[in-house]
Write a protein that binds this ligand. Structure first.
Ligand code: BJW
Length: 244
């Protein structure tokens, strides 16, 4: 990005409230695979319906658990990237700032973001698949999947699979933030998954200036005021430096 477009600058300077939605692209720079990249995305190697649905877990709990265990290890070895760090700094700078993420990797928190609304859950939470409640497992176990210490049911990762509702509080927070934001940043998401993908459109309808940060066009591109083409880390670092 050579220079910040004037309208963006003026909307930013006068903004009372900034809201952000992130997706897998911001974590790609930390080495965490995205979902839909044709070459390197998770869905290029696995079919979503075989792994990211309640039916898949019912059919083959071991396969699904092992896939998520592999991803946990990958994320444990990853570090927050320049994009995560820039957003954590913006949060400290802007009094009314809200971050919603579709990512389940916890990298925003590790970068210093306080309480992002995790719309698709968190890879490191464990849930009892029968009771739906959070489970504390005593230690890492080789059982795949481990058993709930209370009822003996299978334990599943605390993420949101296709066909499941999003966590109500996180979604309500994200919707409220979109509705009151003056500037809305949508970063590193294909916008193909709903209802999270509807948030930038809702923000625009409510009057926000919507900016997309992504190296590629997406279905959201047509709805935004400004597309900044490039990597999240580079663009956010530039914005952090250039904007008050
Ligand atoms: C970079 C970059 C760099 C790369 N810098 N950028 C309306 C219409 C049609 C269908 C539906 C609808 N409403 C609901 C549905 C059904 C379904 C859905 O959306 N299906 C679509 C596939 C069509 N939605 C659901 O089922 C949701 N639940 C629901 O609606 O429940 C209703 C209900 C109500 C009451 C009772 C019961 C039910 C749940 C959706 C859950 C999604 N879960 C997943 C898996 C999470 C667990 C896991 O991690 O395994 O969430 S799917 C996957 O996609 C994951 C992601 O969070 C999500 C979004 O992906 P994201 O982040 O956009 O990644 P990519 O890979 O798609 O894109 C990466 C982008 O980054 C690209 O654009 C790159 O260009 C870019 N990029 N490098 C910046 N350096």
């Amino acid at each position: 990005m050579d220079r910040i477009p004037e309208e963006f600058r003026s909307r930013w300077v006068s903004a009372g409230s900034v809201a952000v939605l992130t997706g897998a692209g911001i974590s790609a720079e930390s080495g965490v695979p995205t979902f839909r990249d044709a070459q390197t995305g998770l869905w290029a190697r696995w079919r979503p319906e075989d792994l990211a649905t309640p039916q898949a877990f019912q059919r083959n709990p071991r396969l699904v658990w092992d896939w998520y265990r592999w991803r946990r290890e990958l994320v444990r070895d990853a570090e927050p990237g320049a994009g995560h760090l820039a957003l954590a700094q913006l949060e400290r700078r802007i009094p009314r700032f809200h971050l919603a993420t579709q990512n389940v990797d916890g990298l925003h928190q590790r970068a210093g973001s306080k309480e992002p609304a995790e719309l698709h859950g968190n890879l490191f939470r464990d849930l009892c698949a029968y009771e739906g409640t959070e489970v504390e497992l005593p230690e890492e176990t080789d059982e795949a999947p481990p058993r709930c210490p209370r009822c003996g049911g299978p334990v599943r990762p605390g993420v949101v699979w296709f066909g499941e509702p999003l966590p109500r509080r996180a979604m309500q927070e994200a919707e409220s933030a979109a509705a009151v934001s003056d500037v809305y940043l949508v970063i590193g998401t294909s916008g193909m998954v709903h209802p999270a993908g509807d948030l930038p459109v809702a923000a625009r309808r409510a009057g926000a200036f919507v900016v997309e940060i992504n190296p590629e066009p997406t279905p959201i591109t047509d709805f935004v005021h400004l597309s900044l083409r490039g990597r999240a880390g580079n663009i956010l670092a530039t914005l952090l430096e250039a904007l008050p």
